[in-house]
Write a protein that binds this ligand. Structure first.
Ligand SMILES: Cc1cc2nc3c(=O)[nH]c(=O)nc-3n(C[C@H](O)[C@H](O)[C@H](O)COP(=O)(O)OP(=O)(O)OC[C@H]3O[C@@H](n4cnc5c(N)ncnc54)[C@H](O)[C@@H]3O)c2cc1C
Length: 382
């Protein structure tokens, strides 16, 4: 078996698959020189509410793919509330505000598209350690050692690649809890998703969500709570308890369901993005601090990483010195920077009076800020 590759990508989630698909698209890459190592086998479970915004859909379309091939729910109305009041958003052009997918299905679909284009994915291979040398990177895995000229760490928030090579260990990590339930309340229309920011008044730098989910053809609800941890809390409030109280208002007993949690690493300009011959993408480097949105950013990272890798091969310079700064000059990098900035500011306003102003009195201004600075960083296909 060949163990020497030009490019090894660790992780076949959205960021790793997008990197491979973009490499393939940009240079019609010598496919035999790219390998993706994935510890699981698709379709594999991934804890995620599966909300894909317009930016992610545009990237997928530019790759010549159609998200609608994946089972999904169109969310036509999104409610943004603070203590039960706020605003209902919908697009005038009748397009969905976002779509929800199940990640086992979406990631498996994307992996199949990569395989159809000739990209090799070696599943059930866990990367244990990575060492970068002057001329190559040594990748130690459960299936033996591999060698690459360039390595991409796309292995999620608990990235082994980052842990092996990055010096900065600053924990810019949020946490999300999630639970899947059947539909109980008539008010839970299939096309409706809601975000409630009242946990901010309890010291949480995040929000509660209630999204529709289609699981094996059945309409279900996906509930969860996100805490970016971006503003230091004085007292520890239980995320579980806040979620349980919210669900109880709609007749659910959280104890009846399986609650799962997972970290979300968010982008900060100080996060170490690369070392010589190794770059990080997606959750391994950091996604959106404000809402914990990571699928579209992960897909967006793929193109930036692919371009950076091709530049490195063209110049025969694998230092990746300019990756971090270059990222900030891209629309995705700038959007992630803005979201971290807004999150640092917004989650400081814990007082109910201020949040009331934001969501009840100045709600249209809030929408305009969201439209201008938060979503829409990926331009439409020309
Ligand atoms: C509860 C929850 C809800 C969320 N909801 C949303 C949402 O609605 N919308 C949204 O946009 N984002 C959401 N996110 C964030 C989103 O899930 C992530 O940001 C996104 O999955 C990041 O993609 P990625 O490819 O970087 O990493 P991942 O999707 O985590 O993929 C990493 C891949 O690497 C593999 N891997 C890991 N370690 C190794 C190893 N050592 N060796 C080999 N392979 C390895 C994994 O098996 C996996 O396939 C949510 C996150 C959580 C926790």
């Amino acid at each position: 078996m060949n163990k020497h590759y030009d490019i090894i990508i660790v992780g076949a989630g959205p960021s790793g698959l997008s990197t491979a698909l973009h490499l393939d698209q940009l240079v019609n890459a010598e496919r035999s020189s790219i390998l993706i190592l994935e510890k699981a086998r698709h379709p594999r479970p991934k804890l995620c509410a599966g909300g894909i915004l317009v930016d992610g859909e545009r990237i997928i379309a530019k790759l010549g793919l159609d998200l609608c091939e994946v089972p999904h729910v169109d969310v036509d109305r999104a409610l943004f509330n603070f203590q039960g009041r706020g605003l209902a958003a919908r697009f005038f052009n009748k397009k969905p505000i976002f779509r929800t997918v199940r990640r086992n299905e979406f990631d498996a679909w994307l992996a199949n598209k990569a395989k159809e284009r000739g990209i090799k994915i070696q599943e059930e291979t866990t990367v244990k350690k990575v060492e970068n040398f002057d001329d190559y990177v040594l990748v130690r895995t459960s299936k033996g050692d591999f060698y690459a000229k360039v390595l991409v760490g796309a292995d999620g928030s608990n990235s082994k690649v980052r842990a092996s090579v990055a010096k900065s260990k600053r924990p810019h990590v949020g946490r999300a809890l999630e639970v899947i339930t059947p539909v109980l309340a008539i008010s839970q229309a299939e096309d409706r998703a809601s975000f409630d920011f009242h946990p901010i008044s309890k010291g949480i730098s995040g929000y509660l969500w209630d999204f529709p989910a289609k699981i094996e053809g059945e309409t279900m609800r996906c509930w969860g709570i996100y805490d970016s941890n971006i503003v230091k809390r004085e007292n520890r409030v239980s995320l579980r308890q806040i979620l349980a109280e919210e669900m109880a208002k709609s007749g659910y007993n959280l104890d009846d369901y399986e609650l799962k949690g997972h970290p979300i690493r968010w982008y900060d300009v100080g996060n170490q993005a690369s070392v010589p011959r190794v770059i990080l993408v997606g959750d391994a480097l950091g996604v959106d601090a404000l809402l914990g949105e990571g699928i579209s950013p992960a897909l967006g990272y793929g193109r930036i990483a692919a371009e950076e890798i091709l530049r490195a091969f063209a110049k025969d310079d694998f230092s990746f010195r300019g990756y971090s700064e270059g990222l900030l000059r891209t629309p995705l990098g700038a959007a992630l920077w803005r979201r971290t900035f807004i999150a640092r500011l917004f989650y400081r306003f814990k007082n109910k009076f201020w949040q009331g102003l934001i969501w009840h009195w100045f709600k249209w201004l809030t929408v305009l800020i969201g439209m201008a600075f938060v979503i829409g960083w990926e331009k439409k296909k020309k």
